[in-house]
Design a protein around this ligand. Structure first.
Ligand code: NAD
Length: 492
């Protein structure tokens, strides 16, 4: 059995906290994959200090040289692609094909960021004065904390760590405690690629303890967080008095809007993939289907049939389509929402219970669940469930569909199913989400395209694509006067 340790100032350390946590395969709870030595507050402090001390050297390493190290990490990820994918499936539970897709996304992001190291261009600005000009340069913040959730344990860290490092920051990486194996593999990869001592630190510890110590350390100048809205907003408020930069990507309650004229097979298949794929544990998962009354019966009949057709089981068996919830807590949360949906008067048409048979009892499997006649005020229409549960809300027309789709505190992703071009663009104009999809699932995204949400889903600069480095850099403006003379009068 493996033991996972934190990595501080170029060394894997034995924690002195005396506290451990098991890493358990959610598809088979008898499979204890390893033990985490949970970092103490003191160790978290040491990690921040190591990053602080390494900052000047890394900042002054030319950006393309930093990029070469990051490019090497991408190559090592490619070499270890299958190992990373198997690790994701074993500790997080998603199917192996989903895990391979996640690793490929991570490789793409890291490659993209390595290329950005040669494009950290500023602008040259002509002056109102003769023999004067101004220019801009981009500089790193210093120590950046990268705090990540368990649901994309390779891709999300990759899309924070790579741009942070390329921009010249040093990092303290604090992954979720449920996914220490993938965090350890990623750290090994960056270390092997050549990040200098202190530039990359890993803290395996609980959020409320080691995580809290990191975010409250005065040397941390920026925090890139992905996780729940509750935690993200709390962190934001906590560090605001220090003027710390925060980028937070948080919860979602993503709607598909199904209009009368749509290709129904496409709408049903895409909704099913978005709602039940990755066990509904994606921030971009489809959790609400807002369907025009006239076609709602047909949609509901087909989506229920599709929900029942999925095979649940261990992710490493290629025949299975849907894996387990990540742990007992998440499993119980999903079942709690099933009860809430019923109590609030929604009509449950399938699923809603633990899946049994074929050894499924040993894991946290829940049957794909569809609720019909959900109304916008019900909790299952408002709160993030993070499980394979779809709520169908019936509406009379496009206007009502938009009102219902936008009636949410979240705004990450969305999609519309229609063949009417005018309605497509009215939808794009009116939908309140950071990303939207036309005739395709709410899930998915590409490495070179910006990613992020509105409202209580997203704070700060967007991640990935052309915006990858925005959060990780500050602009410096430089005025140059090459007249060699005292200035006559003031320029403002
Ligand atoms: P979480 O908020 O419980 O934890 C996220 C991370 O924050 C973990 O590493 C945790 O240890 C850490 N943390 C918790 N409390 C902390 C504290 N006080 N100080 C410092 N760190 C702390 O989220 P989770 O359960 O791991 O992930 C699921 C959530 O992530 C869902 O809400 C999902 O929507 C969201 N998510 C959002 C996106 C996005 O891009 N919008 C992507 C993936 C996941």
């Amino acid at each position: 059995m493996s033991v996972y340790r934190s990595y501080i100032n170029g060394e894997w350390i034995d924690s002195t906290s005396g506290r451990t946590a098991p890493n358990i395969n959610p598809a088979n709870i008898d499979d204890v994959i390893g033990t985490i030595e949970l970092a103490s507050r003191e160790e978290a402090r040491r990690a921040v200090e190591a990053a602080y001390n390494a900052f000047r050297g890394w900042k002054h390493t030319p950006a393309p040289a930093r990029g070469r190290i990051v490019a090497k990490a991408a190559r090592f990820m490619e070499d270890r692609k299958e190992e990373l994918a198997q690790a994701i499936t074993r500790e997080e539970g998603k199917t192996i094909s989903e895990a391979r897709g996640e690793v490929q996304r991570a490789i793409n992001v890291v490659e993209f960021c390595a290329g950005e190291s040669r494009r950290m261009n500023g602008e040259t600005i002509p002056s109102e004065l003769p023999s004067n000009f101004a220019y801009t340069i981009y500089e790193p913040h210093g120590v950046v904390a990268c705090i990540t959730p368990w649901n994309f344990p390779v891709a999300i860290p990759a899309w924070k760590l790579a741009p942070a490092l390329v921009a010249g920051n040093t990092v303290v990486f604090k992954p979720a405690t449920l996914t220490p194996l993938t965090a350890t593999l990623l750290t090994e990869i960056f270390v092997e690629a050549g990040v200098p001592k202190g530039v990359f630190n890993l803290i395996l510890g609980s959020g409320s303890d080691a995580g809290d110590e990191i975010v409250n350390h005065p040397a941390v100048r920026a925090i890139s967080f992905t996780g729940s809205t509750e935690t993200g907003l709390k962190l934001y408020a906590q560090v605001a008095p220090r003027g710390v930069k925060v980028q937070a990507e948080m919860g979602g309650k993503n709607p598909v809007v199904v209009l009368e004229d749509c290709d129904m097979e496409l709408a049903v298949e895409s909704t099913a993939q978005g709602a039940f794929g990755s066990t509904g544990q994606r921030c971009t998962a489809t959790s609400r289907a807002v369907v025009i009354d006239k076609v709602a019966d047909e949609f509901v009949e087909k989506i229920v049939a599709r929900a029942k057709s999925f095979t649940l089981g261990r992710g490493d068996d290629e025949k299975n389509h849907i894996g387990p919830s990540v742990d007992e807590g998440q499993f119980n949360t999903v079942l709690k929402y099933v009860d809430i949906g019923r109590e609030d008067g929604a009509e449950m048409l399938c699923g809603g219970k633990r899946a049994t048979g074929d050894g499924l009892e040993n894991g946290y499997f829940i049957e794909p669940t569809v609720f019909d006649h959900v109304t916008a005020d019900m909790r299952i229409a408002r709160e993030e469930i993070f499980g394979p549960v779809l709520s169908v809300l019936r509406v009379k027309d496009f206007e009502e569909a938009m009102r219902v789709a936008n009636d949410s505190e979240f705004g990450l992703s969305s999609s519309v199913f229609t063949n009417d071009t005018n309605l497509v663009y009215r939808f794009v104009d009116e939908i309140e989400s950071g990303m939207t999809h036309i005739n395709s699932p709410t899930t998915g995204g590409e490495a070179h395209v910006p990613f992020g949400g509105l409202k209580n889903t997203g704070l700060g600069a967007r991640e990935q694509g052309s915006t990858s480095l925005d959060f990780y850099t500050e602009m410096k403006v430089v005025y140059v006067d090459y007249t060699g003379r005292k200035r006559e009068g003031n320029l403002y």
